[in-house]
Design a protein around this ligand. Structure first.
Ligand code: PEP
Ligand code: MN
Length: 463
């Protein structure tokens, strides 16, 4: 089974960068996994140049602000809530989806702030999460062998050979859809978002089947009272924190043509910034120390997430930390463990000890999704709410036992009423999955499951 380990199409490097150590395209000389070859390098070069000339999506100040907040998390003084689709799609760039995502992230963060008494840093898997690693290069549909779908940034989901070829025009469309998403999210977060905080927006009925329903109802009532109180004492105050919310963006740095075209220098600042996203992460399958993805990530100023999962190679992780964060800067690295609930107690303690011994200041976050995926008898990819919650609970337990701080969660979720994960108080069973199963990639928690999970995370926090 190949993972497409070879060199990517070669992009021309401007003379002034050549031979000067790291630059946004220095990865282009390295072996790369998980990125199929574009059929036409000239077209790729043209899209790359076009993308490189377009204005940035975000600013270096925002990146630095996020890094400061993450430094607080690594110090145990805040909590990170990262969430969103497994894979965004171009068609999914719609106002209702964006509103619903912001709404669920905001309500989850209110639950956490209220119940955990800590600041919450919100980061969406949004405005650029369009590229996917795959375990197989090809699939066969109706007898025809074609490249696997690798996210809208690379090829089309349509099951035909031509549509599955990597298309460089998608680099531009991903940028445009990210810009449209971000523009709307910023407007919502900046002004007029108060509507989403109001009592009638908190849908409670589904929690009836949860043993903690009474507690949950009281908590929502209390959050609503606090919001109303703030609005009463500071009416129309747009600097009121209840009116202005931050949602940072993130995506997997997988299609390096996309990320490097948007990696820029900023006047009066040292170094290079990936201005397509506040945070980018290194997936579990692209962690080769001499590979292209690691090379790219060693040169940017953004906070970087690193997935930690099977094959559980501690030495590789320590080497990654030394390479990506040699100065031990706080707020730079988020280690996102995704072990599978049955592996946490066995594998997590030694990672925590090794990182501590090496003196790296990191944010520890738990991705309870990717180690707990399974297929039903009807071959539907799903996850069980209880497995997801179990991985979170065990991860909290292990950190406590190691005198370490679990500072965040990383979830695949949506604000929509999809039926992709089973379980939770709404009692979704396997035979109900087909009702509203939308994802092209991994199954996500829906609105109700996400709120319930925020509540249970806060309960576990207070253990
Ligand atoms: C993901 O976050 O969607 C993903 C593919 O995760 P991982 O790299 O941990 O498998
Ligand atoms: Mn996923």
């Amino acid at each position: 089974m190949s993972t497409i380990a070879k060199r990517a199409n070669k992009i021309e490097v401007p003379d002034l960068m050549e031979g000067r150590g790291w630059h946004p395209l220095s990865w282009n000389d390295k072996e790369i996994t998980q990125l199929p070859e574009y059929p036409n390098t000239e077209e790729l070069q043209a899209s790359f140049e076009e993308l490189k000339a377009l204005p940035p999506l975000i600013t270096s100040w925002e990146i630095e602000a996020l890094k400061e907040k993450l430094a607080k998390v690594s110090d145990g003084k805040a909590f990170l809530l990262q969430g969103g689709d497994c894979a965004e799609t171009f068609d999914g760039c719609r106002s209702t989806k964006l509103v619903n995502l912001l709404k669920v992230m905001l309500q989850m963060s209110f639950i956490m702030i209220h119940e955990m008494g800590t600041e919450v840093v919100r980061v969406g898997r949004i405005a650029g999460q369009y590229a996917k690693p795959r375990s197989k290069d090809f699939e066969i549909v109706d007898g025809e062998k074609m490249l696997n779908y690798r996210g809208d940034l690379i090829n089309s989901y349509k099951p035909n050979k031509e549509a599955r070829e990597p298309d460089p025009q998608r680099l531009i469309e991903a940028y445009q859809k990210s810009a449209l998403s971000l523009n709307f999210l910023r407007a919502l977060a900046d002004e007029g978002f108060a509507d989403l905080q109001h009592p009638e927006q908190w849908e409670l009925d589904f929690m009836h089947n949860n043993e903690f329903y009474k507690e949950y109802e009281q908590m929502v009532g209390s959050i609503n009272n606090s919001i109303k109180f703030m609005e009463t004492i500071t009416p129309n105050n747009r600097f009121n924190t209840a009116h202005k919310v931050d949602l940072y963006t993130s995506h997997e740095a997988l299609n390096l043509f996309y990320d490097s075209a948007q990696t820029r220098r900023v006047p009066r600042k040292q170094g290079w910034f990936n201005l397509s996203s506040h945070l980018v992460w290194l997936g579990n399958r692209t962690q080769q120390l001499d590979g292209a993805h690691v090379e790219y990530l060693t040169g940017i100023q953004n906070p970087v997430g690193i997935k930690v999962g099977p094959p559980f190679d501690i030495d590789n992780l320590l080497n990654l930390l030394d390479k990506i964060n040699p100065s031990h800067e706080a707020g730079k690295i988020v280690l996102i463990t995704r072990m599978g609930q049955e592996n946490v107690e066995k594998n997590l303690p030694s990672f925590i000890r090794a990182v501590k011994q090496n003196g790296h200041p990191v944010v520890w976050s738990c991705d309870p999704m990717h180690g707990n995926t399974y297929a039903t008898d009807n071959n539907v990819k799903t996850r069980n709410f209880n497995d997801i919650m179990k991985e979170i609970d065990l991860t909290f337990d292990v950190h406590r036992a190691e005198a370490s701080y679990l500072g965040g969660v990383h979830l695949e979720l949506t604000g929509d009423n999809v039926t992709e994960c089973v379980g939770g108080a709404n009692g979704l069973q396997e035979d109900g999955l087909s009702h509203n199963y939308e994802t092209y990639c991994d199954p996500r928690l829906n609105y109700e499951q996400s709120l319930e999970m925020a509540f249970l995370i806060a309960k576990e926090w207070n253990q």
